[in-house]
Design a protein around this ligand. Structure first.
Ligand SMILES: [Zn+2]
Length: 375
């Protein structure tokens, strides 16, 4: 009771000195809050015997509440305004992992260099040019996006004389480039606005994961088109299967918990499984044509390299290597997610090279299907 009065008195003094002494004010505000907590516990244990509090005490409590709440609200508003202004001006500083809100906590091996929550798209986009834990993630896929956009435009603008069935083949290549461009742009956008707010981060993470499924689906299209050029039936079956699997992965990615750190392995598993469904058509091709043809005209060496890159990337991503072994040493550069990003771009490029070779080979054969070999 004595301390309560002291707190109330301190509150009164704090009120009087509000303009001059901010630290004092903060202490005065904290006083009644702490007091209330302690008293609740005491009341809980002794409530059976104790008579109800006298009226005077209730009034006093009321006065303290009336005085502190608006002050606290005002103080909070002031702090918020100051923060929003600083973010708008780009005057924010990176913060350690420990003080991140739960929705921004993803990788506890990255100890420092995180962006604070910044509920402003302008601030998020300006942060592309600042150094923090997401800088590498943003730029690896932003540059990859520019690369594939250019490659896609160049392929679409290639003269029709280089294709046997120009329209069909450009649609097939277009599907691959659409998948790659969407995946890479969703990814760099997600990493840019990840710190905006919980809602924005959740929405963009769903787009990011859907983009990976689109890239894998798009990659299958030209590969199946040229590898099973003369077998329309298996080609259609494999294409349908990868579409169903890809759409299933996109549906799973809409599940709110899919993006949580707990499901890191689930995510790696879903996309690994989608990519590895390519093993079936690969076996089909190799059994039908033999190992030598599969590795030469079938370009299996390149597709194998592509698969190794994707699998390595997914493995590093799931296990969070190398930062797991040296927490705090890869906060800004060379963290698992960046290596995974680089491997995705490199793998997509190797895939493009492989399917371009397949396309050239079919063009060299003048698209003929009379030979019973090469499917
Ligand atoms: Zn990413």
């Amino acid at each position: 009771m004595a301390s309560r009065k002291a707190a109330a008195a301190a509150q009164g003094n704090g009120l009087a000195a509000a303009g001059r002494d901010r630290a004092h004010l903060e202490l005065a505000e904290l006083g009644p809050l702490l007091e209330e907590k302690g008293e609740q516990g005491a009341a809980g244990t002794a409530s059976a015997e104790d008579p109800p509090c006298p009226v005077a005490r209730e009034e006093e409590e009321e006065v303290v509440r009336v005085l502190t709440l608006p002050l606290q609200a005002h103080h909070a508003m002031e702090k918020m305004e100051e923060f929003v202004y600083k973010v708008w001006e780009g005057r924010w500083r990176v913060i350690p992992y420990d003080v991140l809100p739960d929705w921004l906590k993803d990788n506890d091996y990255l100890l420092h260099g995180h962006r604070p929550p910044m509920p402003s798209f302008r601030a998020c986009f300006k942060s592309i040019f600042r150094i923090h834990t997401e800088t590498g993630n943003i730029w690896t896929h932003l540059l990859g996006f520019v690369l594939f956009l250019c490659l896609g435009i160049l392929t679409m603008l290639r003269p029709n004389m280089y294709f046997m069935a120009p329209l069909q083949e450009k649609v097939v290549f277009g599907m691959f480039f659409l998948g790659a461009v969407l995946c890479l742009s969703f990814s760099w956008l997600f990493h840019t606005v990840y710190c905006h707010s919980e809602k924005v981060s959740r929405t963009f993470s769903k787009l990011d994961y859907s983009g990976i499924a689109l890239l894998i689906m798009g990659s299958f299209v030209p590969w199946l088109y040229y590898s099973f050029y003369c077998s329309p039936q298996p080609r259609l079956i494999y294409l349908s299967i990868v579409c169903v699997l890809g759409i299933s992965a996109i549906i799973v990615a809409q599940w709110d918990r899919f993006a949580t750190p707990k499901h890191r392995q689930t995510r790696a598993g879903v996309f690994l499984g989608l990519g590895l469904s390519g093993v079936v058509p690969t076996m089909h091709f190799t059994i039908a044509e033999g190992f030598v043809k599969a590795t030469t005209v079938g370009q299996m060496g390149w597709f194998f390299l592509m698969a190794v890159m994707y699998i390595t990337g997914a493995g590093l991503y799931a296990a969070r290597i190398p930062e797991r072994f040296f927490p705090g040493k890869f906060d800004i550069w060379f963290q698992s997610h960046q290596i995974f990003h680089v491997l995705v771009v490199a793998a997509a490029f190797v895939h493009f090279y492989g399917v371009s070779n397949l396309q050239e080979f079919r063009y060299g054969l003048e698209g003929g299907c009379t030979d019973d070999s090469l499917l």
